[in-house]
Design a protein around this ligand. Structure first.
Ligand code: 5GP
Length: 209
């Protein structure tokens, strides 16, 4: 008897969280997972020490970024903390078509754009997850510990974080952030369940009767 095999389209996992929640570290851990691609965003923000062009972000000038938007290359884009950030459409769509899951680390505006995209394939594959900081005090502590922002930037990110935290009900899943290990376990549980959704599966071979 032929074994039953399934084929499925990729899932577009979107993670949003206020800056400093630990989302970047979470994504770095998830990036180590096989059969999963991390979509490297474009940004006009200057690289932080240690960040690598093409790995952490595609660092673009404002002119280059606006030209990519003009040519329709972006699935979504947003102005976050005074800099442009955006997701390249081609990378995401190619992976989803091949059945590869994609991880996007994007802000709440970007998630809202993806949710209302008129691209049916992208919309159907979307699983959006919000990582909620346990308290605003903890968020401030984590932001300061990172030590990559000036005092003014910390204050701006905290103000934005307070507003972003109100948007959790718009997301399909919300994880209350604990330790990195706890957040990883919770996120992997979501990933696993979403991969078994019947509506995503298509039989490649009917079992012999
Ligand atoms: P950071 O500058 O700390 O790396 O990121 C700042 C914010 O920009 C984070 O909330 C991050 O999720 C968001 N971000 C990163 N890439 C993208 C993107 O491609 N699109 C959007 N909309 N936001 C992004």
């Amino acid at each position: 008897m032929n074994p039953t095999t399934f084929r499925r389209q990729g899932i577009l996992f979107v993670i949003s969280a206020p800056s400093g929640t630990g989302k970047t570290t979470l994504c770095e851990n998830l990036r180590a997972t096989p059969d999963f691609i991390y979509s490297v965003s474009c940004t006009t923000r200057p690289a932080r020490p240690g960040e690598i062009d093409g790995t952490d972000y595609h660092f673009l000038s404002k002119e280059e970024f606006l030209s990519r938007i003009h040519h329709g290359d972006m699935l979504e884009h947003a102005l976050v903390h005074g800099n442009y950030y955006g997701t390249l459409k081609a990378t995401v769509k190619e992976a989803l078509t091949q059945g590869t899951d994609v991880l996007l680390d994007i802000d709440v505006q970007g998630a809202a754009s993806v949710r209302k995209t008129d691209d049916v394939m992208v919309r159907d594959s979307l699983v959006d997850v919000f990582i909620m900081p346990p308290t605003l005090e903890e968020l401030e502590k984590r932001l300061r510990k990172r030590g990559t922002e000036t005092e003014e930037q910390v204050q701006q990110r905290l103000r934005t974080g307070r507003e972003e935290s109100k948007l959790w009900p718009l997301y399909k899943y919300t994880i209350l952030s604990g330790s990195m290990e706890e957040d990883l376990i919770k996120f992997r549980a979501i990933m696993r369940a979403e991969r078994y959704l019947s509506r995503r599966l298509e039989l490649t071979d009917l079992p012999a009767s």
